[in-house]
Write a new protein. Structure first.
Length: 447
């Protein structure tokens, strides 16, 4: 192929049936087109549904492990639709985390009643066998209408704690994802406009982004309305923890997936995190924000080869991951803007008013995404850093060794210098600031 050939995009600029089929992107963005199933369609799965329904109570009474141990090993042959596969994944990953973290000490061995079907289901959905953002938020909500932007009317189908706080925590993400859907269609059209060099249309789309990022950030700021930081930190977050870098919480080797008949293996995986949202990575991708491995921040001190953002793509549903991987082939707004700046700066060429507008619009959009990340940083301070330093007051499951107790002990030992870790063991604040700064640099490095 000639190096000058224009690459023909294979993604249409409108979100149509073809995109939905290939990439599972719908008019609601990375959310499904209609609200997820509330029950598996075949009553064969009633034993799973019954446990899912009683999960908060079983955890509270520390009976979850013995109930799961009594489950039969069910086949996946009766899952009839994609909705069924997703619902089964949601149930089994909630049971998995309930089982691992629902006792005084973390459980190191997962029984075949979970592992055998879960390994098949996660392979079908191209997800790891662990709670992910897809299972916690994208496929875990009920809505009275077909628009999922109204956070007040959304409700989580499954929770660990049965609290409104936990439901709200997931539902804020659902509403944000739905608000972000418009960004996807608008920016796909902008990439198409770039391909045909319709610069004014690209600029108009970029000029619209700051307002949209603010709206999505406003939703983020509503987290505290119904989700109490102390409840989040001490009661909810421990259940989201993964099994990677979790020695301090009692899992030095991760978890053994016992498949029965002497089969099985030790597995270390990240926990569920909003960091696995494909939407935010879409924003980065479309604005050409690059994330490099943050080597300094590795909790074990080891050099990290893969960036967090690259790694968590493995925690997104396969079609969403492929959608993100496909985007660079549609063209790069950042490269185009950088070339304009180089022509003017290095070669002293005059640039056109359209090009000047595009450059300003691009820098404005990256500044707005930086601001969104600043708002997220504030949220992390309020929901993790402060509660970790304050320690626990009031009810809960005192004494249980989990991510919260391990992190709080660390925070109290080290005081203000503590490097608290995320659900996947990532050192929090340095990492999030590094990501925020990379976002800023995408725009500021362009003269
Ligand atoms: C109480 C609310 C929240 C808290 C405490 C929180 C906490 C965190 C933490 C600790 C990380 C570090 C990485 C990890 O542990 O996986 C992280 C990363 C991240 N979070 Fe959140 N988060 C919250 C809400 C959200 C929401 C609603 C979104 C958007 C859907 C979001 C998007 C992200 C993204 C994209 C990252 C990766 C870093 C980046 O690209 O900026 N977070 N968050």
């Amino acid at each position: 192929m000639s190096p000058h050939a224009v690459i023909t995009p294979t993604i249409s600029p409108v979100i149509d049936e073809a995109i939905t089929k290939e990439f599972a992107v719908t008019e609601n963005g990375f959310l499904p087109k209609s609200a997820p199933s509330k029950r598996l369609s075949d009553s064969y799965y009633a034993p799973w549904e019954r446990l899912a329904y009683r999960l908060p109570l079983l955890i509270q009474e520390e009976r979850i492990r013995c109930e799961v141990d009594l489950l039969p090993v069910l086949s996946v042959d009766n899952l009839r639709s994609e909705e069924d596969w997703r619902r089964a994944y949601v149930i089994l990953t909630f049971l998995t985390h309930g089982y691992i973290w629902g006792g005084q000490k973390a459980a190191e061995i997962l029984p075949p009643a979970i592992t055998v079907p879960l390994l098949k289901i996660s392979s079908h959905l191209e997800l790891p066998p662990v709670a992910t953002y897809a299972g916690l938020a994208l496929w875990n909500f009920a809505s009275p209408s077909s628009s999922f932007e109204d956070v007040e009317s959304l409700k989580a189908l499954l929770t660990f704690t049965g609290t409104e706080d936990e439901s709200w925590f997931y539902m804020v993400s659902v509403a944000m994802e739905c608000q972000g859907a418009q960004v996807i269609s608008k920016m796909l059209r902008a990439l198409e406009a770039l391909r045909v060099r319709d610069l004014d249309s690209v600029s108009a789309a970029l000029e619209w982004l700051p307002e949209r990022f603010r709206t999505i950030g406003d939703m983020l700021d509503r987290m505290h309305e119904r989700c109490d930081p102390m409840v989040f930190y001490h009661d909810i977050r421990p259940f989201l923890a993964g099994t990677k870098n979790m020695s301090a919480a009692g899992l030095p080797r991760g978890v053994f997936f016992d498949e029965g008949d002497g089969k099985g293996k030790w597995t270390e995986l990240r926990g569920g995190s909003n960091g696995q949202s494909s939407l935010i990575q879409f924003f980065d991708e479309v604005l050409g924000v690059e994330h490099k491995p943050a080597t300094r921040q590795s909790p074990t001190g080891k050099k990290e080869e893969v960036s967090y953002h690259e790694e968590v793509r493995g925690y997104m549903p396969g079609p969403h991951r492929r959608f993100l991987e496909h985007l660079p082939r549609l063209g790069s707004i950042r490269n185009y803007v950088a070339q304009i700046a180089d022509r003017e700066g290095n070669d002293g060429e005059a640039i056109s008013p359209e090009e000047a507008r595009l450059r300003v619009a691009y820098k404005g959009a990256t500044a707005a995404l930086t601001e969104f990340r600043n708002r997220h940083l504030n949220l992390v301070a309020r929901f993790i850093i402060l509660p970790a330093r304050q320690g626990r007051n009031g009810p809960g499951r005192p004494g249980a060794e989990n991510l919260a107790s391990a992190s709080s002990a660390l925070a109290r030992q080290k005081g203000a210098q503590a490097e608290l870790t995320g659900t996947g063991g990532t050192a929090l604040l340095p990492f999030l600031k590094h990501v925020r700064d990379e976002t800023w640099r995408a725009g500021s490095e362009i003269k």
